[in-house]
Design a protein around this ligand. Structure first.
Ligand code: 5GP
Ligand code: MG
Length: 181
């Protein structure tokens, strides 16, 4: 059994402020063609980040595409199965495109590295990655996210899009899940 921490790890106003700053950091250095987002965990982050980037891009935002893929490796457990399944990529044309790959969290790094390799195989000219959360301590494969919202410790987190067995996704804050007996 798991229970939520008593206080959020990251409050909604802290997320809002950081996402706005992160959006400006990204558009200042990367004139991407398409934002590619990994469902379902990154849905809330993607919407907020994309809106903030569009504000920062001004008129340049009009031709920025957005598309979604479904990446899964977790099942209903809090530890990664290590196998990456990607659906929906076949419908998206990445040839010669500069891609901004957005995901919720980099943990072991397996998902992000697998995605980057896949996008390059699909003909992407350039791939840069953006994650809301990064658990550097847990890394098992060599990949650095180019843009990171928050560095966090080795804890299982939920909320702001992230789930545990499909629960908690709609919460506007990020919470830690603690094991109870
Ligand atoms: P990785 O392949 O880096 O080990 O895992 C990445 C994926 O595992 C993320 O896209 C996310 O779906 C899931 N994940 C990793 N850590 C957490 C966590 O603390 N909470 C939740 N809800 N999902 C996580
Ligand atoms: Mg995910």
């Amino acid at each position: 059994m798991y229970k939520m921490s008593e206080k959020p790890l990251i409050r909604a106003d802290e997320i809002r402020e950081r996402v706005a700053t992160l959006a400006r950091e990204i558009v200042d250095v990367y004139d991407y063609d398409i934002l590619l987002s990994a469902l379902t965990g990154a849905y809330m982050f993607t919407a907020d980040l994309n809106r903030e980037m569009a504000k920062a891009q001004g008129a340049k935002a009009y031709n920025k595409a957005i598309a979604f893929i479904k990446a899964s490796s977790y099942g209903n457990s809090t530890t990664s199965s290590g196998k990456l399944q990607v659906r929906g990529l076949e419908k998206i044309d990445l040839k010669g495109k500069k891609v901004l790959m957005v995901d919720d969290i980099a943990d072991t790094g397996t998902t992000l590295l697998g995605l980057v390799n896949l996008l390059k195989e699909s003909g992407a000219q350039e791939v840069r990655t953006c994650v809301l959360l990064n658990k550097q301590e847990r890394r098992e494969v060599e990949i650095l996210a180019d843009f990171v919202g928050f560095e966090i410790a080795n804890e299982f987190v939920v909320g702001y899009g992230l789930d545990y067995a499909e629960n908690y996704r709609s919460l506007p804050e990020i919470w830690t899940l603690q094991e109870t007996d």
